[in-house]
Design a protein around this ligand. Structure first.
Ligand code: PBE
Length: 267
């Protein structure tokens, strides 16, 4: 048959992110579910993906990316999710806080705060926006913490600060997790007396690090679907402190100026 017009316009490429991410697994599944034979899912990173998006958008060129919410890209650019009638990307999810076994008794102050840490997608987007506008992640997080004492107060109320104890936060360099991990770091350092180290790793080592006790905590477990493989593998070796945010979304994303609305239209 004749090649799909949208496929031709983007050279049959979907611009993905890091290969271990749940989003890439979901995108591969979508390509099977919608029989997108001849399409290629391009591996890279969150940073390479947003760079490609920025370049295409600036030139009003077509592009299809793997995207997620919360993300600053939906504020900076006029974008749309392609409809996913087969549900390949799953539904709305929660992001969970996961800590190493033993943290509760060894670092009770940090543990109590991490157990209480919870915010809204709009809060996370505020931090992500400052960073995408050029602020350093640490400065953007410190600013958010300073500007929202009402939201921060219940996270730390009644917790006695420590004096310079070290704590290690693991994270993957996804823009959403750069924002959340920096906010947690900021609260631990500016409110609770910790010296927090941020350990940037790939998704597999992030989970293995918490399970093995090499890292103390992470706030990047998208459940029940996106991080399922890692959760199933490690859940008995970690402490799941529950949701720190709810109302996420994953999918294929295009600029609003593109004349395509559903993943079904890519076949
Ligand atoms: N993400 C952002 C991650 C989780 C956080 C959607 C890119 C993923 O595993 O796909």
């Amino acid at each position: 048959g004749t090649e799909n017009e949208v496929a031709r316009s983007v050279h049959s490429e979907i611009i993905g992110i890091d290969p271990g991410s749940g989003l890439m697994k979901a995108a591969s599944q979508a390509m099977k579910d919608y029989e997108l034979d001849g399409w290629k899912l391009v591996e890279g990173s969150g940073t390479a993906m947003t760079a490609a998006l920025n370049k295409a958008y600036t030139n009003k060129q077509p592009i299809i990316i793997t995207g997620w919410t919360p993300h600053w890209m939906f504020i900076k650019y006029d974008l749309k999710y392609l409809d996913d009638p087969k549900g390949s990307f799953g539904g709305s999810e929660e992001i969970h806080t996961i800590v190493r076994k033993g943290l509760k008794t060894e670092q009770p102050a940090a543990y109590q705060f991490l157990d209480r840490f919870s915010w809204k997608p709009s809060d996370m987007e505020e931090v992500m926006n400052s960073i995408s506008d050029g602020m350093q992640p640490a400065a953007a997080a410190d600013k958010w913490v300073k500007e929202h004492p009402d939201l921060v107060a219940p996270w730390i109320e009644g917790i006695t600060p420590v004096s310079g104890q070290r704590i290690k936060l693991a994270f993957v360099a996804w823009d959403s997790e750069i924002a959340s991990t920096n906010v947690v770091r900021s609260v631990l350092e500016t409110k609770l007396g910790y010296k927090a180290d941020m350990l940037q790793v790939e998704i597999g080592p992030m989970w293995a690090g918490i399970a093995g006790g090499d890292a103390d905590a992470m706030v990047a477990a998208w459940l029940p679907t996106t991080s399922k493989d890692y959760y199933d593998k490690y859940k008995s070796q970690v402490d799941d402190l529950g949701a720190n945010l709810s109302g996420t979304k994953l999918g294929l994303v295009v600029p609003a100026y593109m004349d395509v609305n559903s993943i079904e239209d890519l076949k």
